[in-house]
Design a protein around this ligand. Sequence first.
Ligand code: LIP
Length: 270
Amino acid sequence: MPYNAELAEIALTIARRAAELAWQRRAEGVEVAASKSSLSDIVTRADQEAEKLIRDALAAARPADGFLGEESGGGSGSSGLTWVVDPIDGTVNYFYGIPAYAVSIAVVEGEPDPRTWRTLAAAVVNPAAGEAFTAFEGGGAKLNGRPLHVKSDTDLALALVGTGFGYDSEKRVRQAKIVTELIGRVRDVRRIGAASLDLCGVAAGRLDAYFERGLNPWDHAAGALIAREAGATVGGLGDAPATSDLIVAAEPGLYAQLNPLLQELYADWR
Ligand code: LIP
């Protein structure tokens, strides 16, 4: 089995275990453990428990690798690889019982910095939907073992575009103004609430494009590789890489239409 495929298998096996835990805790009732950047930016006990399960399992399977997780932070390794983990992406959906949340696990080579890392393998598992998205570099993207490929030749005016909003209310208002400018130029907009599922949605043809500003590295690390391996172009504004400034994902022809428009709409964003 190719090395990257082995890494994808590890990511999928552990993501499935964490997703099962999240599913069970959801059924038992979700408890908020704390809030972070704002009162609406919550972390649940299940987030913390799932990340501990993932971190312990990776330490056992890949003891020389580094770790970067949403809830427990970073830890360096000696292998040159770092696992980038969001234990429950779509936390607010999870808290409200909306079945659009996922365990997101990626492994990157180089510094754990989305501006420079090379993503080798990824898994995104949504237990509520019974869906497991996987990819490894050069190996394509799959949903429950079936190959995925983005839609092609979509015109911007007929594009279904996903996006999201941050936890800071002032930033949300500004993000909503961008959507107000965009919505009349596309088919429609969807706000799913989990970046990893938005990116997997592009890979699966459920969305034609996705963009969002303000994401953390763990929100998009896995979904970006899955979208890319399904044939999407994934990047930031202009020639920039995908970072917290902006992530854009779409099939190449639509990406070439959408990215310049987003550059125009975000031009005065300081
Ligand atoms: C979420 C992202 C989503 C964004 C939400 C939130 P979390 O991550 O996946 O795209 O719009 O505001 O940041 O906080 O659920 O891990």
